[in-house]
Write a protein of this length. Sequence first.
Length: 162
Amino acid sequence: MAMRRIPSALRPRRLPLGSPLQILLLVCSFAVAGYAGVQLLANDWFGVALWFVGAALLHDLVLLPLYSVADRAVIRGLGSAGRRTWTPYVRVPAVLSGLLLLVWFPLISGMVADHYRSGTGLSPDVFLGRWLLITAVLFGGSALLLLLRLRRATKLRPPADH
């Protein structure tokens, strides 16, 4: 009697599980995240939930359109298709600078200057200057890296025959 082969679409599929170490790490990360969530929500669950909803709405309704428009402006500003490879040299320092601004905004803007001074005894006046300096270094380093890569690319290109 000949055995019929079961079509591959009808065969039960194996679950794509990783190694036991990967599964253990995943379970541990879920346990730590669950513990952090329970601790976070224990005191003021409504405030935390309101913060998450507000952050999601702020991101989706305000920040996403803003940085999408800025990214389109960079792409259009760089012009031809050959220069579109330059966009990461603008995107990366802009994103890093934006993240620093987002994290340190209360101190950069001076909104919590008195609270910071009374809590640490240090002057909060340096944060704006340092953020601007870090932003300048990020964009300057990115421009330097772009120039080095363009220089290397022109050295590797054979001269055109006329």
